[in-house]
Design a binder for this molecule. Sequence first.
Ligand code: 13P
Ligand code: SF4
Length: 310
Amino acid sequence: MLKDLQEIERLKEEENAIILAHNYQTGDIQEIADFVGDSLELCIKALEIKEADTVVFCGVDFMAETAAILNPCKKVLIPDRGAKCPMAEMLQVEDIRKAKTRYPDAAVVLYVNTLAEAKAEADILCTSANAVEVVESLPQERILFGPDRNLAWYVSQKVEKEIIPLPEHGHCYVHKMINLGDLVFLKEKHPEAEILVHPECDPEVQNFADEVLSTGGMIRYVAGSKKKTFIVGTELDMTTRLQRENPDKTFIPALKGAICQNMKLQTIDKVKKCLLNEKFTVHVDEKIANKAKLAIKRMIEVSESKKKLN
Ligand code: 13P
Ligand code: SF4
C-alpha cells in the first residue's frame, strides 16, 4: 500500500497531474486526492485548474465528463470507466425533447447527475447545493426538473413555481435505501443527535431530518455546529470525511449499507494504473460539450453571484 502511494506521488509529478475526488470515495482515495468535494465544488475546481496538464477524476462518469467539458485542453482520466451513475442514465435526450414540446414555456433545469448529451439540452444545470437558487434565478414560472424526483420535491417545497419532475421515476438507489424506520430507531437510541440527510432521500426522510444538505453542505454545517453527534443520511463514506475532519464528534450512518457501488469502483490500484498507462481518457463530443458547457457555466455564475451577495 505504502509503495502504491509513493508510486502515485511520483507519477503525479511526472505527469503534472492533479487528483480530484468526490466525498463518497473511500478514505484512502480521499487522502491521496489533491481536492475532495461535492459535485458543485468539483465543477468549480475543474474550471479553476491552471497548474495541471492531467486531471485524474475519482468519482462517477457524469462528474468526470463535467471536468472534461470544462477543460477541453487538458487530459481528463477516470481510473475505472465502468463507474456510472445509474440515476444519470434514467434521463434520455428523447424524454427531454418530448417534455420541451409539451411544455414550451418551461425552463429545463437538470441536475449535474446527467450524461453530457442531456446536459446539452438544458437551459441551466444545478447540483443539490444550489438547486433552489438556480430555480429562483430563472424568469420562468414552470420548471422541467430532472432526473432526481426527490430533489425535485425538495425544490418544490422551497419555491413558488411549478416543478415538473422529468422523468417520473428518477431516483438514486443508494438514497432510496435510507428509510424513515431506520431514522426513527436511531433517533430513539441517540436523542441528542442531529439528523442530516441528502435531498436525494425520500420526502418522508427529508421531513424527519433536522437539516437537508448536499454533501458539501454537510461538511460546512458540521464544522459550524456546536452539536457533538450526527446521524448522517447519505452514502456511507460521507462519514469517513466528516470523522477525519471532526475527530471530537460522533457520526452515525443512517444506514451502513448505503454504499454507492459505482463510486467504489475507483481504487488506489486503479488510480496508480490510470496514471501509469494514461487510461482511461474521458471524451465528450465537441458539439455536445460546447452546448453543455454553457449550461454548466450558467449554474456556476448563479452560485458565484449568490456567494458575492452573502
Ligand atoms: P453532492 O452534489 O451533494 O456531492 O451529491 C452527489 C451525488 O451523487 C449524490 O448522490
Ligand atoms: Fe449516482 Fe446515487 Fe451513486 Fe450519487 S450515490 S453517484 S446519485 S448512484
